[in-house]
Design a binder for this molecule. Structure first.
Ligand code: FES
Length: 105
């Protein structure tokens, strides 16, 4: 397991995302309107749309290519579509505001 510092809470706008690449995997970290952070693979399970460019609505992101809706907490695609994304544990240091994610490998 690798715990990586990826930036500061202030770096991500509400309902926005920040991306970074670890071991050939692009990861998007989203900040929801309740302030929670969720890190997911930045690749739609349909045809690979970049989810970081999608619109966040509640706890889901709408893929910019064909509008599949994906829950950012679980990584699951909303019905009637089907699929799942890899998700990554996200932590914020209360004092510094630094963001960490945990990645296997
Ligand atoms: S690539 Fe995401 S909905 Fe088609």
């Amino acid at each position: 397991m690798n715990r990586l510092r990826i930036g500061h809470l202030a770096d991500i706008d509400e309902k926005g995302a920040r991306t970074f690449t670890v071991l050939d995997t692009e990861i998007a970290v989203f900040k929801l309107s309740d302030g929670t952070l969720h890190a997911v693979e930045n690749r739609c399970p349909h045809k690979g749309g970049r989810l970081s460019e999608g619109m966040v609505c509640g706890t889901a992101v709408h893929c910019p290519l064909h509008d599949w809706k994906i829950d950012l907490r679980s990584g699951k695609v909303h019905e009637p579509d089907d699929g799942c994304l890899n998700t990554y544990k996200t932590e914020v240091d209360d004092h510094s505001g630094e963001i960490y994610i945990t990645i296997a490998g």
